[in-house]
Design a protein around this ligand. Structure first.
Ligand code: SNW
Length: 287
């Protein structure tokens, strides 16, 4: 792990430098992926968007039985990309903990995985406007006896490394023992086997695992101050603005609402992303 972490960026820089030299011929300093007339968004490969995502965050981003990426975030991003003029979107599954760094260092054009926008993360990447604001949920077995955050005291709580859940648990669930996992599937397996007592993840993914394994929710914690956004490398302003424009269009013409109803049936409808005509005068929770 240590070796890989220290070596990887250097290797990438070497590859990037080689690519620049190969493409420019004369050693000019414009990187291959920076914006230009035929590649205004500065994509790795003009005409297609490479997206770092997750294979096990159903219904946000997941792979179906055929291994194809689908889910709310996947369909929304694909729609927004099309509005920005790019039809070819290629999703790849990553561990969440490495996702933002992989976008920042140019391995991917975007990161899409219910990624909450925070000031801390903005030190690494830029974000589109927000497109989802919901809860962080603790799931457990029916027999664990954990019914609220206080019930976590002395218990083993799973979190996926690098998530807002991890940060929240470190700060607020100080009497629980945190167990860090690379992904949700591994953590939920640990709940099912009894290796941990509970797992802390996004509300809709929690709901999906509850249905699949007969688990129950012990608490829903609002995360409205960190709405999810699409992550892009810093400085790709044209790309980010095109995504924001597409996102605003998808919200205004009802596409966002249609996808929300499709993927999150029965969940309360947040107002702030609906067409303006459908928003009531009462203020939304935030953003
Ligand atoms: O902050 C929330 C947001 O309000 C919405 O509910 C979607 O999920 C969040 O962005 C939080 N998501 C976690 C995070 O950003 C975990 C992401 C994941 O597991 N894919 O760390």
């Amino acid at each position: 792990m240590f070796t890989r972490k220290t070596f990887r960026p250097a290797t990438l820089v070497a590859v990037a430098v080689a690519a620049v030299l190969a493409l420019s011929g004369c050693g000019a300093s414009t990187p291959a992926s920076s914006s230009s007339a035929d590649n205004p968004y500065g994509l790795i490969e003009p005409g297609s968007i490479r997206v770092a995502s997750l294979g096990d965050s159903k219904p946000y981003t997941f792979t179906d039985a055929q291994g194809k990426f689908t889910g709310f975030d996947v369909e929304l991003f694909t729609d927004v990309a099309r509005r920005a003029g790019v039809d070819n979107v290629v999703f790849t599954g990553q561990d969440f903990s490495g996702l933002l760094a992989a976008v920042a260092n140019g391995q991917f054009d975007a990161g899409v995985a219910a990624i909450g926008i925070t000031d801390k993360r903005k030190e690494t990447v830029d974000f589109s406007d927000g497109y989802l604001a919901g809860y962080l949920t603790i799931i457990t077995t029916k027999t664990s006896g954990i019914n609220d955050p206080e019930g976590l005291s002395g218990k083993r709580l799973g979190v996926v490394q690098g998530t807002l859940q991890e940060a929240y648990a470190v700060k607020n669930f100080t009497s629980a023992s945190l167990v860090r996992f690379p992904d949700n599937n591994t953590a939920v397996s640990a709940v099912n086997s009894g290796a941990v007592d509970a797992h802390f993840l996004d509300y809709e993914a929690a709901k999906s695992y509850q249905e699949q394994f007969g688990l129950v929710s012990a608490a829903d914690i609002p995360s409205f101050d960190a709405p999810a956004g699409f992550a892009v490398a810093k400085g790709k302003t044209e790309f980010k603005e095109a995504l924001n424009k597409g996102l605003a269009e998808a919200m205004e013409d009802g596409t966002w609402k249609k996808l929300y109803e499709k993927w999150f049936p029965g969940s309360p409808m947040p107002e702030q992303y609906l067409p303006k005509a459908e928003q009531t005068s009462s203020p939304a929770p935030s953003n």
